[in-house]
Design a protein around this ligand. Sequence first.
Ligand SMILES: NC(=O)c1ccc[n+]([C@@H]2O[C@H](COP(=O)([O-])OP(=O)(O)OC[C@H]3O[C@@H](n4cnc5c(N)ncnc54)[C@H](OP(=O)(O)O)[C@@H]3O)[C@@H](O)[C@H]2O)c1
Length: 239
Amino acid sequence: MPVYCITGTNRGLGLEFVRQLAQSNDNTIIAAVRSLSSDLTDLKAVASPTTHILECDTGNIPSIHTFVKAVARTLGEGKKIDYLLNVAGVNLASSQSSLNLGPDELHAQLSINVIGPAKTVELFLDAGLLSPDVRVLNMTSGLASLQLSTQSARKCAGYSISKAALNMLTVHQSADLRAQLPGAVVIVMDPGWVKTRMGGAGAQMEPSKSIGDMLVVLHGLRPEDTGSFYCHNGEKLPW
Ligand SMILES: NC(=O)c1ccc[n+]([C@@H]2O[C@H](COP(=O)([O-])OP(=O)(O)OC[C@H]3O[C@@H](n4cnc5c(N)ncnc54)[C@H](OP(=O)(O)O)[C@@H]3O)[C@@H](O)[C@H]2O)c1
């Protein structure tokens, strides 16, 4: 009975993770949403009997604290998270370049895209809720790659900066978690350009393909893969 904990599951890629994982009642799924007051119709439609919908605003540290306590109650004594998927994210003010960055937008993206995954891992670890060989997936973007960004036109500057910071966070988490959980593996993955509200209707890939690919990679991770930057299909991406 593996336990999956996924943030940002009311729509987009997080919802697709739940849809695919909920095909098996062997999977216990903690499906986190920013607000339980949101429209959760799509999520409830794909949820299995072993899916638990809980609230976690990843841009709000008190909300993450409350979420971790709720997960502990939901899982019960002795059960731990095997797969922690930090999927929730925002791309605010995509028209802003490095020459007109909005401080408010940049702060919000750093809060949700970087501090959220950092505190989620930290607080679950402190609560003893991460399994000894936990797999942590931080959802990044190809726009986070410094090397790829020097070869292509710049766009979404604040978002790219926040995802590059998430990549560095992942490298640190992989080393820091190993010190306490020797079997832990922490990676970043670029889902590709996917048809969600963020990706837009003109994107290249259906969520079903991106998430199907990512689950194959996730389930095949070996201890030595920790600290890696993958594309959805398992190819390694340059930092
Ligand atoms: N789609 C792509 O082409 C693409 C490409 C590269 C990377 N990504 C990354 O993939 C991840 C998922 O993106 P997506 O395409 O599924 O985007 P999306 O359709 O815009 O969905 C974003 C999800 O994140 C949630 N979220 C936003 N702020 C949150 C917060 N403060 N607390 C908790 N949840 C929050 C949203 O919840 P609400 O509905 O409540 O706001 C929603 O569930 C993101 O990290 C994104 O950066 C996507």
